[in-house]
Structure formats: C-alpha cells, structure tokens
Design a protein around this ligand. Structure first.
Ligand code: NAD
Ligand code: MN
Length: 483
C-alpha cells in the first residue's frame, strides 16, 4: 500500500472491476484546480469493464450469497469498509484535496462523514425486520425486505467520496450489489472505495467502482437490463434524462439534484449566526454544494447593514490552495468557472446590483472572487438559477408572507433556512417552506442520521438517515393458508 505523496498513489488510477484493478489505454488527466495542472492520469472504464462488473454482480445476486449471509456478518463487513477508510484517510484526504480543490480540513471531514455512513448503515443491516400481519383464522402473513440485486450509483464531483458512501453503505446493508460510477473531474478518492472493499475483504464482485464517461458508461449502466435500482446525484438535466430511460424499464430511481436555497433573515435574527452560515453556506468549497445557501432573504431596511457585515467578513478570508486550508479555494474546472462568470454577467445584464466580486481572480488555477448581488427581484434568473459557485444573492422583503413567497419562488426545493430567535416564527416558516430540509439558525444542520433530499425539481426520494435503507429494499408479502 503506497503512502506518502498522493501523486505516487498509482492504484486508484485504474478501475475496480469486479474486484480487479483494470487499466485502459484511454486515460484522462486529473487536474488540480488550484494550479490548473494535471497531477495524475486515470483510466477510463470501457463498456467491457462495465459488462464484467454488472454480470459478476448479477451472478452474486442470483447466488443469494449476500442475502443469506447472517445479518450480523454483513454488518461486520460493512463496518470494516469504514475501518479501511479510516486507515486510508491521511493519504486519501490529500488526493481529494488535490483533485477537487477543496480544503484539506474539509477533505478530512469528508472521510469522517464517509466512515460514519458505513458505521451507521452497518448498524441497520441486522435490523431490516418485516411485519407479521393478522389475517384472521387460517392464515400466517409476513413481509420480507428483499434486495433489488444490482444497484447503480452515479456520483457528482463536489463530494465524490461521501456521496458514494451515503448510498453504497445502505445498498450493501440491504444485501444489494453495487456499481459506482465515479465523476471524471474527481475520480481517484471515490476509486479508493475499491481499495477499502479489498481491505475489508468484501467478496469480489459485490462492488465495482468505475470512472467513465457520463453519457457512455453512465448511460450504458442505467440501460443495462441487470441493473434494477439507480441512485443519481447530479444536475437536473442529466437526472431527467436518466429518469426517462428508467421509466421505460420500470426501474426505480432516487434523484438528488440541484438547488437554489434561500435563508430568511428575520428582524430579530442573531446576525453573528447569519455570518457564520454565510461562510459555510456559500463560500465553503466555493459554493459548489447542492444545498448551498445561494440566496439570503433579508428585511429591506437591514440589507445594507448585512452587506456591510458580509463584506467585512470576506475581507478576512484567505484565498489559495486548499492544501493550506485557505478559506476561498478554486472551483473545479475552467469550463465550470466560465459558466459561473457567464451567470454573473447574466445577473448584471438583468439589473441586479453587483456589490462585490464578479470576476476571475488573477492567479493560476480556477479562482472566482467571492461575489455578492443585492436588490434581486423575483423575475431575475440570477435569483432562481443554480450557479454552483461563490455567488450570494440578497433579495429584500417587507413582511413574512413575502419572505416565504421569495424562498419558495424557484423550481427547486432542496434546502431552506430561517434565522430567528423566535420559536413561533421558526415553526411558522419551517412548516411552510417547500424544501426537503429546513435549517434554523445554522446552515447544514443535521447529519448522517437525518434524511436528506429534495422537493420539486431538486429530486425525489431521501438519502441519509433510516429513510435511505428503504431505497434499497422491495417489500414481499407472504400469505400462508394453514390448516
Ligand atoms: P452532472 O449531472 O453533470 O454529473 C453527475 C454524474 O452523472 C457524473 O458522474 C457524470 O459523469 C454522470 N453523467 C453525465 N451524463 C450522464 C448520462 N447521460 N447518463 C448517466 N450518467 C451521466 O453533475 P455534476 O456537474 O457532476 O454535479 C453538479 C450538480 O450536482 C449540481 O447541480 C448539484 O446541485 C448536484 N448535486 C446534488 C446533490 C444532492 O444531494 N442533491 C449533491 C451534490 C451535487
Ligand atoms: Mn480534478
């Protein structure tokens, strides 16, 4: 097991195909967003690798090996994957930092979160109990939680390890096999899950991890006749396409898509808490978070004071390489950077007031200046479209009903927040916000234990928490006539 310099970590530049590391002639550069330079080459999986992965997984499913394993043993196996990730954390966090641009401390946190998923869902593997249903004299009736078989997991680049872990762990707990399609822009950390499965002695073929082209390998995966359940995390456009394919195949799909989430600042809010959430909500990982707080909905007469406070906070931010834990780190790619700048220009042309930033930083790598727009009106796209960068839009309101209408006024429904010291107000808004999660006084409240997912165009189904396990089982009812 090579350790030390992350760039020497050759193994995860291959694909983990049914338990074997397979290289290919077709390689892509893994770019470090802080420098714009390639630090490793990664093999792209072929259709043949995909076929091997799925057919081996289907064979294992048909053998009933995972389903018939004692639940406590399956739990122990999943727990060991978490243990292996803990061993891999030091070098793995460096790789994650290099390939995604995020801060090293956040890369380490991402390992901790991934480890927690394996531990949490290991704890559910031996609690997948059915029900017995009384049918009167002469019957015994019970339910079984059956696995689907081969599940597909399609992963985005912003949290490649923790998002892969959050669906892989419950899928395994429910005795499914899994093919994980990792993102081309940040593939190596998620490929490390293959190494973790080896270290945990997961029987070969239960898990395959493939880096491949989205439309080609991802597309073939969702069309594959042996794939019987899919979880997709990524953009709305690709999610819609995948759901279309799966509708024809009558295969269920969990989608975790984008967002344009708004935090409502009440007049009595503790503004220190708002400021903390502004860093975490929109400038952490340069705003490349699905549930980012990309909008702040503020009392009209307080907008200038709040802007002033945020600007003073931004003045304290360090900018630079994530490996040095700078506050502001790069965005993932040149293409993504250009998209962000395009969205900012769109906002300016719509008449949104650009208070700060709005440009690329004059340095190597893909850095965008922390950007603030103010005086957003409901009809502007800059207040509705997901930008996925360090761009905060402030929209003023006069009364609570208007604040609620603004918060709910996009096609998305991933997260929402309220900053208030009044529990009645917190409850009033929380009840009425169209969002899968509501954060009160702290953006990203909750954790591995709490269900997560979107309303409206932000997706369907829930990851995390006890809810997620039911994505990976199908109920079978057995009615027995006795006597
Ligand atoms: P993306 O949709 O471009 O790609 C996601 C994954 O899908 C990648 O692995 C990609 O290779 C694959 N893919 C692309 N085309 C495909 C196709 N035709 N068939 C099958 N697979 C295909 O998204 P991205 O740019 O990687 O991620 C950013 C988006 O993800 C943002 O919109 C963000 O909000 C969203 N996101 C949502 C959550 C959530 O939990 N709701 C979490 C993280 C990111
Ligand atoms: Mn990269």
């Amino acid at each position: 097991m090579p350790t030390g310099k992350a760039s020497n970590f050759k193994e995860v530049q291959a694909n983990f195909v049914a338990g074997n590391w397979v290289t290919s002639n077709k390689v892509i550069d893994n770019i470090n967003p802080a420098t714009g330079e390639s630090f490793a080459k990664v093999s792209m999986a072929s259709l043949n690798d995909l076929e091997k992965s799925v057919s081996q997984a289907q064979k294992i499913h048909e053998s009933r090996m995972l389903y018939e394993m004692k639940p406590g043993e399956r739990a122990a196996m999943i727990y060991r994957i978490g243990d292996a990730l803990l061993e891999l954390k030091q070098v793995g966090a460096q790789i994650l930092c290099l390939e995604s641009g995020k801060r090293l401390c956040d890369a380490e946190d991402e390992f901790d979160e991934a480890i927690r998923y394996f531990r949490y869902y290991a704890g559910m593997a031996d609690k997948l109990e059915g029900r017995s249903i009384p049918l009167g004299a002469g019957y015994i009736d019970y339910t079984l939680n059956m696995p689907y078989g081969v599940t597909a997991h399609i992963i985005p680049w912003n949290f490649p390890l923790s998002i892969a872990a959050r669906s892989l762990a419950p899928a395994l707990a429910a005795a499914n096999c899994a093919i994980v399609k990792v993102p081309e822009l940040a593939p190596m950390t998620a490929l490390l899950l293959g190494r973790a499965c080896e270290m945990a002695e997961v029987p070969k073929g239960i898990v395959s991890i493939l880096c491949g082209d989205g439309p080609q390998i991802g597309g073939a995966l969702v069309r594959h006749p042996d794939v019987s359940q899919v979880v997709f995390t990524g953009s709305v456009a690709v999610g819609q396409q995948i759901m279309g394919v799966l509708a024809e195949r009558v295969v269920p799909c969990i989608t975790e898509l984008g967002g344009k989430s708004g935090g409502i600042v009440a007049r009595d809010a503790n503004l220190e808490k708002v400021l903390d959430s502004v860093y975490w909500g929109i400038f952490f990982h340069s705003g490349q978070v699905c549930s980012a707080m990309s909008r702040l909905i503020v009392p009209r007469e307080m907008q200038d004071e709040i802007i002033h406070m945020i600007e003073a906070k931004i003045d304290t931010f360090s900018v630079g390489d994530g490996i040095e834990n700078n506050d502001i780190t790069p965005v993932i790619s040149e293409t993504h950077l250009n998209g962000i700048i395009g969205s900012i220009e769109e906002g300016i042309s719509e008449g949104a007031r650009l208070v700060r930033g709005g440009h690329r930083l004059n340095r190597a790598g893909f850095f965008v200046a922390p950007t603030i727009f103010a005086d957003i009106h409901t009809e502007m796209t800059v207040g509705k479209k997901e930008i996925f960068g360090p761009v905060l839009s402030l929209q003023p309101y006069d009364d609570d009903a208007e604040a609620l209408a603004i918060a709910n006024g996009t096609d998305y429904g991933l997260a929402a927040g309220v900053f208030t010291q009044d529990i009645d107000k917190a409850g009033w808004f929380s009840d009425r916000l169209d969002a899968g999660q509501v954060y009160v006084n702290e953006w990203y409240g909750g954790g591995v234990e709490t269900p997560f997912g979107g309303m409206k165009m932000s997706g369907n189904g829930r990851d995390k928490g006890q809810e997620a396990i039911f994505n990976y089982v199908q109920t079978k009812n057995v009615a027995i006539r006795i006597g």
